[in-house]
Design a protein around this ligand. Structure first.
Ligand SMILES: *Cc1c(COP(=O)(O)O)cnc(C)c1O
Length: 387
């Protein structure tokens, strides 16, 4: 019988060393030695799978990658120093000059900047589609389109995109479907089941979940991951063994933590929905969410992020942030500490006013990454700040 998610998260482990350690130790080594001349030759010729140099592979990264592959149902993966290193290296490995990316408009701020300001340097173009207009995707496909790219739930608007529909479009047109699954984590949603070829994560968020390390990972089919590996082993965006070790440990408690994140987030969303100083609330598992049915179909729970708008515009918004006492004003998410962010002046400040409007970011919008403190204390702090 196939092991369940929680069991895989704990029992997926690299081979024990001669010391028979129970928990995997850290392999803080830049390189590995060869037995003899033949071993050296065969290793470099890739006739055997073994560690040579930690820019290519390392036991700690291998353990982290294997866990995420098991969780996502993927064949292979590569671990990166950050989520953005994963996004950039994946694009750079798969795309050539002249290629075109079809991307959802609501994507992480740095990914947007990568598409608009840097990939054009190598003549890689893009078009954006709106999440509400999936039919439009087929009209936007050009002969040069190679990749469809999207995130769900989206940041910071917590919109939800129909993965099954997207998977069908990608398959019909033989395009590579890449999903940034960072907001859901593999515990809540596995895009490969719906037809994604590659899944990207910022390990910095829910995977570590305790705000300690930066990390990224791409997993997917063997054929595509081989290209990502070829590019990455030469260009050097590899994850450090120390961070990989931290992440493998963090994944052991991912399910437990995300269960509580989601339970807290739903309670906060329900509280906000009834509050007179709040214009609207967006959370995938609130019945009022426009994509509630889709969210229920593809996600186990609603995630850790709640978005809402403080009544009274930008001035009221600033007052709200200044009144917060317990929660952190920060830009991270998926941390055990609850975090409140003002997207318009922070994570999405590089976007023009029109671009922000197009992805639904208003001046009074607040994004809360709901943490693992007791829910009564989280609600109490937000309630007093709203008052
Ligand atoms: C944070 C984030 C990234 C980038 O990850 P880093 O580890 O900060 O480089 C990419 N996508 C999403 C959805 C994110 O939230």
């Amino acid at each position: 019988m196939e092991k369940k998610f929680e069991t895989k998260a704990i029992r997926t482990q690299i081979e024990r060393s001669q010391f028979l350690e129970h928990s995997v130790p850290m392999y803080l080594t830049s390189s590995f030695v060869f037995e003899d001349a033949e071993d050296m030759r065969a290793s470099f010729a890739e006739e055997k799978e073994r560690n040579i140099y930690s820019r290519y592979s390392n036991p700690n990264s291998s353990e982290f990658i294997e866990k995420v592959c098991q969780m996502e149902g993927a064949e292979d993966g590569f671990a990166f120093a950050s989520g953005m290193a994963a996004v950039f290296s994946t694009f750079a490995a798969l795309l050539e000059s002249g290629d075109h990316i079809l991307s959802a408009r609501s994507i992480f701020g740095s990914t947007h900047t990568l598409l608009t300001q840097f990939l054009p340097k190598w003549n890689i173009g893009h078009s954006y589609f709106k999440i509400d207009e999936l039919e439009e995707i087929e009209r936007l496909i050009t002969p040069n389109t190679k990749v469809i790219y999207a995130e769900t739930p989206t940041n910071p608007g917590v919109d939800v995109l129909d993965l099954e529909a997207l998977g069908k479009i990608a398959k019909k047109h033989q395009l590579i479907l890449i999903i940034d699954n960072c907001f859901a984590s593999p515990y809540l949603q596995q895009p490969i089941k719906f037809g994604a070829d590659l899944v990207i994560h910022s390990g910095t968020k829910l995977m570590d979940g305790q705000g300690r390390v930066l990390a990224g990972i791409t997993v997917g089919t063997k054929a595509l991951m081989d290209k990502v590996y070829r590019f990455s082993r030469i260009t050097g965006p590899a994850l450090s063994p120390f961070n990989a070790w931290v992440l493998s440990k963090s994944l052991e408690t991912l399910g437990l933590r995300v269960d509580r994140h989601c339970a807290n987030a739903l309670k906060l969303a329900e509280f906000l929905e009834g509050h007179e100083s709040v214009n609207w609330v967006r959370y995938p598992f609130l019945k009022s969410h426009p994509k509630y049915e889709i969210a229920k179909r593809q996600m186990k729970l609603g995630g850790c992020v709640v978005a809402f708008e403080v009544a009274g515009g930008i001035a009221a918004g600033r007052k709200f942030f200044d009144a917060i006492q317990l929660l952190s004003l920060s830009a991270n998410l998926g941390d055990s500490r609850s975090i409140v962010t003002h997207p318009a002046s922070t994570t999405h400040s590089k976007l023009s006013l029109e671009e922000r409007a197009a992805v639904g970011i208003t001046d009074g919008m607040v994004r809360v990454s709901v943490g693992l403190e007791h829910i009564d204390d989280i609600i109490q702090d937000i309630a007093q700040a709203l008052n």
